[in-house]
Design a protein around this ligand. Structure first.
Ligand code: GDP
Ligand code: MN
Length: 385
């Protein structure tokens, strides 16, 4: 679960990590009032669950309440498209109005769960700011990575190593090592899978401050994060993913045009591989899950057919707890409910009641091609898409 910048900064503040003074505005007049209270230069920042705002017009530096009002007028209610969003962008429902900071240097500080070292890795670079992705590609030697022992936590010597790597002056070393250790504590205690301060800035006054903040919380730990749970903002997620979640269907939208309906996450991954090797590309990952009934199966197909990009649907089911005849009835039900959106379906069904399932589909008026093997499925998809 992603957090907004203003929520992330509240957490940082609670952990003693300095952030600029700021306040959230939901209307242009609130933004003007906030700018008036702060006086001087302020930064108006679109609150969306995506980075890359600076390059996309989502960050505006203004020097009057009127300027803040205008910036907020342009942002609130609009959709922001950045290199991290799809072409449809994400809705801006609020802005963060912050005191302007005179930045001397922009640093990068991140922590992420790393599968290779099986723990948290701290990532730091002197070349922070909006081009960090480019730095990682073209000069990876500028990026420090330190794996943290989960038992010992972030050790003082490691914190000092980060501070020196970032080229911090002696008077900032003590302050910054506290920031690193507090951030590690915040990471662990919020069940984060990623936190990122980019940029961590050195100001003209010689201070150190988090100018941006990003938190990604492990969805499987949300149940024990009562306060963070309240911060969720489903308006930032793709509509179809939110609907799927309500039905307990694992759905992730992708860019291709082959809608995939599968039971079991592993089989779903394999099905996407087959789709790709057939020269097509999957429109989604979808795992119906085990205990599905007709209605849930129908919902799954309706979700997939709601995606305008979908040209053909690939069904790959292994009937176990979910019987194939139930699934077939669910598919028929879905197409009856949205006949205009019906698309050709390539169906592979094995396991419990597969004969009954196939009969239901071939006798229905659905446009289905029944296949036995994944190879045949791939062939059928290549032809159709
Ligand atoms: P992102 O593009 O979504 O990561 O948004 P950021 O919050 O990181 O802002 C992008 C860039 O805007 C930063 O790298 C800074 O260069 C600039 N910026 C943000 N806040 C301030 C500020 O208070 N003063 C100045 N001068 N620049 C800022
Ligand atoms: Mn940033």
């Amino acid at each position: 679960m992603k957090l907004h910048e203003f929520q992330a900064k509240r957490i940082l503040s609670e952990y003693g990590i300095p952030v600029p003074q700021g306040s959230v505005a939901k209307t242009p007049s609130q933004a003007a009032a906030a700018a008036f209270d702060m006086g001087g230069t302020v930064v108006v920042k679109a609150q969306v669950h995506a980075g890359g705002r600076g390059k996309a017009g989502g960050i505006k530096i203004v020097d009057s309440p009127m300027g803040a009002q205008k910036a907020a007028e342009q942002m609130i209610g609009a959709n922001l498209v950045t290199f991290q969003t799809g072409p449809e962008g994400v809705p801006i429902e609020s802005v963060l109005v912050e005191e302007g900071v005179n930045i001397v240097n922009e640093l990068y500080l991140g922590m992420v769960i790393d599968g290779t070292s099986k723990g948290v890795v701290v990532i730091a670079s002197e070349a922070g700011g909006i081009d960090i992705e480019e730095v990682a590609k073209s000069s990876p030697e500028k990026i420090l990575q330190i794996p943290i022992d989960p038992v010992l936590g972030l050790q003082p010597f490691q914190a000092r190593k980060i501070a020196y790597w970032l080229g911090l002056s002696d008077d900032l070393v003590l302050k910054s090592t506290k920031i690193f250790q507090n951030l590690y504590r915040a990471f662990v205690e919020t069940d984060a899978s990623l936190v990122e301060i980019n940029p961590l800035v050195i100001t003209e006054g010689g201070d150190i401050l988090s100018a941006d903040a990003k938190f990604d919380i492990d969805d499987d730990a949300i149940f024990r994060q009562k306060i963070i749970r309240e911060m969720s903002d489903p308006a930032q997620d793709p509509v179809l993913e939110v609907e799927a979640k309500a039905f307990d269907i694992n759905y992730v939208k992708l860019d291709g045009n082959v809608g995939c309906i599968v039971n079991g996450a592993g089989l779903a991954m394999a099905t996407m591989d087959v789709t790709s090797s057939a020269g097509a590309s999957p429109a989604n990952f979808l795992d119906i899950g085990g205990g599905a009934d007709e209605k849930k199966v129908a919902k799954a197909l309706k979700l997939v057919l709601s995606d305008d990009k979908v040209k053909v649907v690939l069904v790959n089911l292994f009937g176990g707890i979910l019987r194939c005849d139930i699934a077939a009835k669910g598919f028929v039900m879905a197409v009856e409910e949205m006949p205009d959106r019906a698309r050709p379906m390539v169906v592979r069904m094995l396991g419990t009641n597969s004969d009954e399932g196939r009969d239901i589909l071939t006798q229905s008026n659905l446009n289905v091609i029944m296949v036995e093997t994944l190879g045949e499925a791939a062939e059928a998809i290549t032809k159709l898409s």
